[in-house]
Design a protein around this ligand. Structure first.
Ligand SMILES: Cc1ncc(COP(=O)(O)O)c(C=O)c1O
Ligand SMILES: N[C@@H](CCCC[NH3+])C(=O)O
Length: 445
């Protein structure tokens, strides 16, 4: 597929005032107030697959992979599988030539199911159970990112051949993101602190394990970060640390993994991430620090998840009730915090668009709420919705490709929605809807 084939659909979106960067690239206007995704009307997808449903635009995912590869041609791009993992998506990722970051035996099992090349897999996690480590070693993943002294010993005892490892370093850099997903700052559960000397100690421990081969360092300063300066600062500190290790241990580490965390806009006006600015500043910073410390340039890896897949996704809900409170209107839909816990976890905000018929031009502010037994079960707070919105209408929520299906739960014994991919006018069920039988199958009475 060429770039030219991917672009025309974007024009359709812009003409229809669908905010670019928030809606999947193939989104376009259909007839009678419908939207098309991958050439398929949303009303048709709702009728065929039911609601709520996660929709995924294959072209957007592929285009984002290409954007990264062309902005950073000499850098390894590893897709962070935790953002959205299933066999279909991993096939696209493999075909686009990306590597893969997994963080559990379960994620690795999905990779194994599509024969994702072990040579392109990086295994993460602050906790790796014995089962995780065994699965990683058995599949022969190229790199394991060690995150504790205990893990270094456990992996050292388990590894059969020299296992490539990276050490996860906490560089002490604030990414200015929600505190629940800020992982570059001191005194939290991820990584070895650079400032305290824990990272240098970890290096010594890995070097002392004959079955481990230290190939580099890793850092990940958090998620949904738009300030390129934070990534740049982390890169500088990491290279300075590599230089210090050269002095202390006489080693030149060949790899540096700078993690993911690149922000996406969820609503119009949210800060976006300047990929080309990032590429330029990170490469300059690493080149400058390496030459000033007379270090050979390491091979760089980055690990975007959200930036690859968030804007490829739309969640489709059906309105079940419209209730007028004392001062607010509540539009209640057939999903909620079980398919999207991000509003309750991080106060995340979304935009919402009614689809499937012509609506009144008069809008009012409404709060879209879910079906779960919590007052905090909110899909979108204070969003403008047409005054004639009623039960049975469809709502489309954009930018739900990342950390939605992967964070979904069965709260209130509600089955998780299906994941449907679209492309070239056809839809394909990647993950079916979870049924009551599925839920009961684990209950052994
Ligand atoms: C080690 C690591 N790499 C990559 C990612 C991907 O993050 P994001 O989806 O924000 O790019 C994460 C999650 O934050 C992570 O923990
Ligand atoms: N789950 C988070 C991101 C965490 C990223 C993984 N470390 C979110 O939805 O934004």
């Amino acid at each position: 597929m060429t770039l030219a084939e991917l672009i025309p659909t974007l024009g359709g979106s812009l003409r229809g005032h669908l905010e670019p960067g928030i809606w999947p690239r193939s989104t376009a206007h259909g007839v009678d107030g419908d939207l098309l995704l991958g050439g398929v009307p949303l009303t048709q997808l709702a009728a065929r697959f039911g609601t709520p449903a996660y929709l995924l635009d294959e072209l957007t995912v592929r285009q984002h992979c290409r954007d990264y590869r062309s902005a950073l041609p000499d850098v390894e791009i590893a897709y962070a599988g935790k953002s959205m993992i299933n066999r279909g998506v991993l096939r696209w990722i493999a075909e686009e030539g990306l590597s893969l970051d997994v963080c559990s035996a379960g994620e690795l099992a999905v990779a194994r199911a599509v024969a994702f090349p072990a040579s392109r897999i990086i295994f993460h996690g602050n906790v790796k159970t014995p089962e995780d480590l065994k699965a990683a070693v058995a599949y022969g993943v190229d790199r394991i990112v060690v995150d504790s002294l205990d893990e270094i010993e456990q992996l050292g005892a388990l590894a059969r051949y020299p296992q490539n490892v990276l050490i996860r370093v906490t560089p002490g850099v604030d990414g200015h993101t929600h505190r629940a997903i800020a992982t570059g700052v001191e005194d939290q559960k991820f990584g070895f602190s650079l400032a305290s000397g824990a990272a240098a100690e970890a290096v010594g421990r890995v070097l002392a394990q004959p079955s481990l081969r230290l190939v580099g360092l890793h850092c990940h300063i958090g998620s949904q970060i738009s300030r390129v300066a934070s990534f740049e600062e982390a890169a500088r500190r990491m290279v300075a640390f590599m230089a210090a290790l050269h002095v202390q241990y006489g080693i030149s580490l060949p790899q540096l993994d700078l993690g993911g965390g690149h922000a996406v806009p969820y609503r119009c006006g949210d800060p976006s991430f300047d990929l080309h600015g990032y590429a330029d500043r990170i490469l300059r910073a690493v080149n400058f620090e390496c030459s000033s410390h007379q270090l050979p340039l390491p091979r760089l890896t980055i690990e975007p998840g959200r930036a690859i897949i968030a804007a490829a996704g739309i969640t489709l809900y059906r309105v079940v009730t419209v209730k007028h409170g004392v001062s607010r209107t509540f539009v209640a839909v057939d999903g909620g915090m079980s398919d999207n816990p991000r509003p309750s976890l991080y106060g995340a905000r979304y935009s919402v668009r009614p689809v499937g018929r012509h609506f009144s031009a008069i809008s009012r502010s409404a709060t879209v709420v879910g079906r779960h037994c919590e007052a905090g079960d909110i899909v979108a707070e204070d969003v403008p919705l047409p005054s004639d919105l009623r039960a049975g209408d469809l709502l489309a929520v954009p930018c739900t490709g990342a950390y939605h299906h992967s964070l979904a739960s069965n709260y209130n014994m509600v089955g998780r929605p299906p994941v449907v991919s679209v492309r070239d006018g056809s839809a394909h069920l990647l993950i079916r809807r979870e049924t009551e039988d599925d839920l009961l199958s684990r209950d052994l009475g």
